[in-house]
Design a binder for this molecule. Structure first.
Ligand SMILES: [Fe+2]
Length: 214
């Protein structure tokens, strides 16, 4: 493909859409927040596996990407436990929540892109999630902390501390990759946004089930 992929421009566009999506959610509602945490558990439990999976798919000619994934895997290890702890602080257990199809697609779609399209796909979802923590994380915390307490927000607090330079560095690294890898990165971002949006829809429905007519 000879077309130049504008990874930075695409990322900015997805951040604007993603921020709008996050800001439209009822974070102060307890049932919504609990159900969202439940879905994040299912996502993070798999994303911690997804990163070393991506690492293993990079050949020796992609050494920088391979190492970047290894470093990232160490940073993310055990983060699903934060969600378990937050749910416990709210008196809930993960067994009480069922994984939504959109959540399942959010991780399994990425396993597919990594193994079948390009291992660099992983940088797409990574840039999407990390970018959103910068674009919306603080405002989500400002809604969640007063409503549900600090003890129930360790996952959000931890993921609001991402630094801006890290994302800028990641984008400039992606821009060094071959064209087919950059196309895969954008494809992954698009899938991440589609699934994250579907996850919110599902969470709101679970939090306020449609009453069955008598
Ligand atoms: Fe994390």
């Amino acid at each position: 493909m000879s077309m130049v992929t504008d990874v930075l421009g695409q990322h900015r566009a997805f951040m604007a859409k993603g921020r709008e999506l996050c800001m439209a959610q009822p974070w102060r509602e307890r049932a919504f927040y609990e159900n969202w945490l439940g879905q994040m558990y299912y996502f993070v439990a798999q994303s911690t596996r997804l990163i070393p999976f991506a690492a293993a798919h990079f050949d020796t000619d992609h050494e920088a990407s391979f190492r970047r994934c290894l470093d990232h895997a160490k940073e993310e290890a055990g983060h699903e436990q934060q969600v378990i702890n937050d749910l416990r602080a709210l008196g809930r257990r993960i067994e009480e929540f069922e994984e939504l199809p959109s959540t399942y697609l959010m991780h399994q779609g990425q396993f597919h892109l990594i193994s079948r399209v390009h291992p660099a796909s992983f940088f797409g979802i990574s840039l999407y999630m990390e970018g959103l923590s910068l674009a919306a994380g603080q405002e989500i915390c400002d809604a969640v902390l007063p409503a549900h307490g600090r003890a129930a927000a360790s996952f959000l607090i931890c993921h609001t501390q991402e630094d801006e330079q890290h994302t800028a560095q990641a984008i400039s690294q992606v821009k060094q990759l071959p064209a087919d890898a950059q196309v895969a990165v954008v494809r992954s971002m698009r899938l991440a946004h589609f699934c994250f949006s579907g996850m919110f829809d599902g969470v709101r429905q679970m939090a306020a089930p449609i009453p069955v007519a008598a």
